[in-house]
Design a protein around this ligand. Structure first.
Ligand code: TYD
Length: 216
């Protein structure tokens, strides 16, 4: 089992289509198999209000960037208070499929809000909770978009609020993530998400097992 000073709060970040959900799910299964008490959460969502906001955010037509940020932060505040902090207090490992770095990548680098303002909002919403380890699933923006296009074939256009942004938006988000990782190399690990899913899963496991001091 991981002990006191080990990282218990792990977030997985990356562009749409980088495979976060697949990798987060596989990581959670593997941690469970290793006997670790683990909780998977996804943002936005995870609480009743969070799920309502998720629907609005993913399908809500035109929303100005500040209102968009506030909705992500409202959902985040709910899940931090009601789900994440209690789980961390129990000593569980929490694996988050996106967390506050998504707001810096999308609402600052993507939408153009000031980085310092988005960071302030993150601090306000989370009460200062920051992941111990953040894994960036990195791949060229264009390839990641190709994957979401395949996955979303047949879904209504309105559900693709972010996916339907121009390539340039997604390039800014992907570059933004790389900048965040470079600025805080102790917290971030950057993995090549363009490899086969099994290879990415092995790389994710290697990082997490090492950081949690689990046998690999
Ligand atoms: P998600 O359901 O994770 O989409 P995907 O599975 O395609 O990655 O997240 C929904 C969208 O919300 C995604 O396009 C990224 C965006 N997002 C932000 O813009 N800011 C945020 O703070 C978060 C958490 C997500």
């Amino acid at each position: 089992m991981p002990h006191g000073n080990m990282p218990h709060f792990i977030s997985i970040e990356g562009s749409d289509g980088a495979g976060k959900t697949t990798q987060a799910t596989r990581l959670v299964e593997r941690l469970k198999a290793a006997g670790v008490a683990v909780l998977y959460i996804r943002e936005p969502g995870g609480t009743p209000v969070g799920e309502d906001l998720r629907r609005v955010l993913k399908s809500g037509g035109d929303i100005n960037p500040r209102a968009e940020l506030l909705m992500f932060e409202a959902a985040r505040s709910e899940i931090v208070e009601k789900i994440i902090r209690p789980a961390l207090s129990r000593g569980d490992v929490v694996v988050a499929d996106r967390f506050s770095d998504s707001s810096v990548a999308y609402q600052s680098y993507g939408r153009g809000l000031a980085v310092a303002e988005v960071r302030d909002m993150n601090r306000f919403a989370t009460g200062g909770l920051v992941p111990d380890l953040t894994i960036l699933l990195d791949m060229p923006a264009h390839d990641a978009l190709g994957r979401t296009a395949d996955r979303d074939k047949g879904t209504a256009g309105a559900q693709r609020r972010f996916e339907s942004e121009p390539d340039e938006f997604h390039r800014r988000v992907a570059d933004g993530y790389r900048k965040l990782a470079e600025a805080e190399p102790k917290r971030w690990r950057v993995l090549d998400a363009s490899l086969a899913a099994d290879q990415v899963a092995a790389a994710v496991w290697a990082v997490v097992a090492q950081r949690l001091a689990l046998r690999q």
